[in-house]
Design a protein around this ligand. Structure first.
Ligand code: DGY
Length: 319
């Protein structure tokens, strides 16, 4: 039996590439540039499956032009807002993602951004690095204490729950909003708000962990930011589309939002240049899942899904 042919669009971990090459005929370009619409369409005639990342966009237009040879899109991501799922399904293409395995790594990064934003890490780093640290002052770099503060979490899926577990280590009072209330075991000591607006009113710190969908686009807008306590800290490691960036910028400028930690932006790559003017905004270039352990696990999960599909079984993470 010839091996199925797959396209791995980006440079995945060494372990993932080695396993993929063992079991598949792999097309992979070490140049590691995102696949364009034309690349995706052209490649669909040459491969049976693909492992794309969120950098490859399967819009309805692209999907309409895909060759019938392509049978499965095994995403190397948990978020699938880069895929038009109804269009892919209508074309008979199986789609999978990588849930669960990146929750802790992303929650770690959210914790770093929350702490870094609250404690002026960007300004502090710049002060030491530039040689501008001339004397110690009790009034310099005075931040907002995380320990014991009220934390609002929007979206209590895998990442939200992992973030809550870590925040408990800081004795935070955890509040959350989710489409549905968690089981008592998963909820632990967290306080459920069935209304997002109620959650915002108590959130001295707010961390976003919900998917980007038409319903959540622009969820954190000017009206909602105004509902939050003055001096609050906003963290986003989910998707840029959740935040109205102009509204966040205005709230940072007015001081209503004290600081922000952002790993996701409306425009990626690139981010929002206006944010760079504000050292109380700590930023990362969409690196939430970026640990060796997690990137290996994501690659292996994508391959597990392909393996199941080509064996004739239902992939474990089929959407
Ligand atoms: C995900 O898996 O959705 C992360 O954002 C990386 O793509």
């Amino acid at each position: 039996m010839p091996k199925p042919v797959i396209w791995i669009t980006r440079t995945l971990s060494d372990a993932t590439l080695a396993r993929a090459r063992r079991d598949y005929e792999v097309i992979w370009d070490p140049a590691d540039t995102p696949g364009s619409a034309d690349d995706i369409i052209a490649m669909s005639a040459k491969v049976d499956g693909m492992i794309p990342c969120h950098s490859e966009h399967f819009s309805a237009d692209v999907v309409a032009q895909l060759d019938r040879r392509l049978k499965i899109v095994a995403n190397h991501s948990v978020g699938v807002d880069h895929c038009d799922l109804p269009a892919l399904r209508a074309k008979g293409i199986t789609v999978t993602n990588t849930p669960g395995v990146l929750s802790d790594a992303t929650a770690e990064l959210a914790m770093m951004l929350m702490l870094g934003a609250a404690r002026h890490a960007v300004e502090g780093d710049r002060t030491v690095r530039s040689g501008a640290w001339d004397f110690w002052s009790p009034a310099f770099l005075v931040g907002k204490q995380v320990t014991g503060a009220r934390l609002g979490i929007v979206g209590m899926g895998g990442v939200g729950r992992a973030f809550a577990r870590k925040a408990r280590g800081f004795d935070m009072e955890i509040h959350y909003h989710n489409r549905s209330r968690l089981s008592p075991k998963d909820e632990a000591d967290a306080i459920y708000h069935d209304n997002l607006d109620d959650l915002l009113e108590v959130s001295d710190f707010l961390s976003l962990h919900c998917p980007a969908t038409p319903d959540t686009t622009g969820l954190l807008n000017a009206k909602r930011l105004a509902q939050m306590p003055k001096g609050c800290v906003v963290v986003n490691t989910a998707r840029g589309a959740l935040v109205d960036e102009d509204a966040l910028l205005a709230a940072i400028k007015s001081g209503h939002v004290g600081a922000a930690g952002l790993d996701c932006f409306v425009t990626e790559p690139g981010g929002n240049p206006a944010f760079a003017q504000h050292e109380n905004i700590m930023m990362m270039p969409h690196a939430g899942s970026g640990t060796v352990t997690t990137r290996n696990a994501m690659g292996f999960k994508a391959l597990d899904n392909l393996d199941a599909f080509f064996r004739g079984d239902q992939p474990p993470d089929q959407l």
